[in-house]
Design a protein around this ligand. Structure first.
Ligand code: URA
Length: 200
């Protein structure tokens, strides 16, 4: 069970949810953020990618995964024919909606703290309810903690299909981790391929 879900969030539509995020002062990150980072991509995407929290570039630009990690993520998605931008004609089966577990940048990119996750993850949960993805890719331990309630290492959770509220969920390494641990890139690629197979 998830405690303290803010009242009203269960019925929020996209504009209301975005407004609630922009106005949020539930934790101290609101004091240091430049802006909130809501999410990006076609809201009907079949794929949903979940990261950790905005970094410096995301805090500046207001979009998830626009820094170095984002380049790696985009390249891996592109190799599967997937992207965050609208295709012409739009094709939700080839599109990803990308969001983070935290909507505000932790100072100096430190790890999210438990109370920040507890306050913020309700926004992500509502985003998932609204997108209704066919596949969720959870990248890194904080996305996994929020969605699977597991603190097992990624290496023990990857390689099989989990479920979040009935939706197939694949666990993989966070791209920022892959940039420092190139030897795990092949495993992450396998994870994306498993996700693609599961989605099709
Ligand atoms: N890392 C994340 O987890 N999310 C971002 O948006 C950027 C970097």
């Amino acid at each position: 069970a998830r405690g303290n879900r803010p009242t009203g969030i269960d019925t929020m539509d996209w504009p209301a949810l975005r407004e609630a995020v922009v106005a949020c002062t539930a934790c101290k990150l609101c004091e240091t953020r430049r802006q909130t980072v809501f999410g990006v991509g076609n809201q009907q995407s079949h794929w949903m990618v979940v990261g950790e929290a905005p970094g410096e570039q995301e805090d500046i630009q207001g979009e998830p995964f626009v820094g170095k990690s984002g380049q790696l993520l985009d390249n891996m998605l592109k190799a599967l024919g997937l992207g965050r931008k609208d295709a012409t004609p739009p094709d939700p089966s080839r599109q990803v909606y990308i969001a983070n577990t935290l909507k505000c940048r932790p100072p100096g990119n430190r790890n999210p703290q438990p109370e920040e996750l507890a306050q913020c993850e309700h926004f992500l949960i509502r985003q998932i309810e609204l997108v209704k993805p066919r596949i969720i890719l959870a990248m890194g331990r904080f996305a996994v903690q929020s969605l699977l309630r597991s603190t097992e290492p990624i290496g023990r959770l990857r390689g099989r299909v989990h479920r979040y509220q009935g939706v197939p969920l694949i666990v993989t390494y966070h791209p920022a981790y892959l940039l420092r641990n190139l030897e795990d890139k092949a495993r992450a690629w396998d994870d994306l391929c498993l996700a693609a197979e599961t989605a099709s």
